[in-house]
Design a protein around this ligand. Structure first.
Ligand SMILES: Cc1cc2nc3c(=O)[nH]c(=O)nc-3n(C[C@H](O)[C@H](O)[C@H](O)COP(=O)(O)OP(=O)(O)OC[C@H]3O[C@@H](n4cnc5c(N)ncnc54)[C@H](O)[C@@H]3O)c2cc1C
Length: 372
């Protein structure tokens, strides 16, 4: 079976990987593979720390995908001979002040009620784990099950792996045979016919695709370089500073990912005010970041849905969609790649999971836009 995938971000590439391992022939179409939201992501796999009120269905998906991660990474390593930078180094969520600690303790109640492991730490205990934390912190929560993946390492491996199957062009139109999608036309007029088409195009658009209820939520994010031999922190440090969230994710090369803003102002350039706030808040948690150097400041838009759950489902006999991964696309990659693969190959799927991400929950918009 030949499957054309529009979009070589983490979702398109991971789905291509799963499909290929089940015997499918893949063509990926993307003018800038791996340079969308996935390029900016911090890669926190944080079902515990990312818990928020009123999102039970999302939490179930996050927890389920986090469990799938080690096996997914093993499969990538076995198949490609290269290991993605997946690190089980846990997460500490730090409160800068007493009021922030109150907010954290309320969150801990929710986390534990959902079955996540969340342990309260006094400031002194948190500093024993991470000595670079400021002496002034009010306390912390230890999230043993929250890990990280450097998304760029996975993107690099999979882009190399599929190199000869990537058409480096923009898809401009879905081709149809009757009511069935049968391929994709690119901006150079190339027609790519396929048995099935997957739209994993993030916030992208093309003619004939459903008008999905997506909006760009911009995230400014920094990469700092610290010492390689004695890294500032070993675990991901998330924090609340004056009720504002901030995080520092340590990579194995001594660099730190500092993020991230959340803006809906349509401005696709790095925002200086957001950079300042991120640095200032991070410095309150880990004062030593003032001695690091700046590697990068970038911004990308998260493809966000109204309820933060992705949009995965079949649109017609030849078309499946997998997008809208919002803030959790890296975490949800094993889940999304598996579900997309099963839908494309016509395999049985977990109905409860499918319902929680189905296009039907926004059915009115889809029907209006496609005329289906
Ligand atoms: C600052 C920031 C930090 C984040 N941190 C985390 C995190 O810590 N943990 C986490 O789980 N998630 C995180 N996310 C969210 C995560 O990055 C996204 O949910 C995820 O990357 C979405 O992946 P994707 O493949 O759907 O989209 P993308 O990576 O955007 O890929 C879509 C691809 O489609 C291509 N495309 C679009 N239109 C077309 C077209 N017409 N033709 C051909 N190609 C097309 C684009 O070029 C792009 O390469 C973060 C996001 C941001 C912005």
């Amino acid at each position: 079976m030949h499957i054309a995938i529009v979009g070589a971000g983490i979702i398109g590439l991971a789905t291509a990987f799963e499909l290929r391992s089940r015997g499918a022939e893949i063509t990926l179409i993307d003018a800038a593979p791996g340079l969308g939201a996935s390029h900016a992501a911090a890669g926190m796999l944080a079902p515990t720390a990312e818990t928020t009120w009123g999102q039970d269905s999302l939490h179930q998906l996050m927890a389920s995908s986090a469990k799938e991660y080690p096996a997914f990474i093993d499969r990538v390593e076995q198949s490609t001979g290269r290991k993605p930078a997946y690190v089980e180094n846990s997460t500490i969520v730090v409160a800068a002040e007493t009021a922030d600690m109150e907010a954290l303790l309320q969150l801990k109640e929710l986390q534990t009620s959902l079955g996540f492991s969340a342990e309260r730490l006094l400031g002194s205990a948190a500093r024993k784990l991470e000595p670079a934390l400021a002496a002034s912190i009010a306390g912390a929560i230890f999230c043993a099950e929250d890990q990280q993946l450097d998304p760029r390492s996975l993107l690099r491996i999979l882009i190399d792996e599929f190199d000869s199957s990537i058409v480096r062009n923009t898809a401009v139109r879905l081709m149809r045979h009757g009511s069935r999608t049968c391929g994709v036309m690119t901006s150079t007029g190339q027609e790519i016919r396929a048995d099935q088409v997957l739209l994993a195009h993030g916030l992208g658009t093309l003619e004939g695709a459903p008008n999905l209820p997506l909006r760009p939520v911009y995230g400014d994010i920094l990469r700092l370089q610290g010492p390689v031999r004695s890294p500032l922190i070993k675990r991901t440090v998330r924090g609340i500073v004056h009720r504002q969230p901030v995080y520092l994710v340590p990579r194995t090369d001594g660099s730190l990912v500092l993020g991230a803003s959340s803006r809906e102002d349509g401005q696709d350039q790095v925002n200086v005010g957001e950079m300042h706030a991120l640095l200032d808040n991070a410095r309150r948690l880990v004062p030593g970041i003032v001695d690091t150097t700046l590697n990068e400041a970038i911004v990308r838009a998260r493809p966000a849905t109204p309820d933060d759950r992705p949009l995965i489902g079949r649109v017609d006999d030849g078309l499946v969609i997998s997008t809208g991964y919002s803030r959790h696309g890296v975490l949800l990659t094993p889940f999304g790649a598996r579900l997309g693969t099963d839908l494309l190959l016509g395999n049985p799927v977990d109905e409860q999971q499918l319902n929680s991400v189905s296009l039907d929950r926004f059915g009115a918009q889809l029907a209006n836009s496609t005329g289906l």
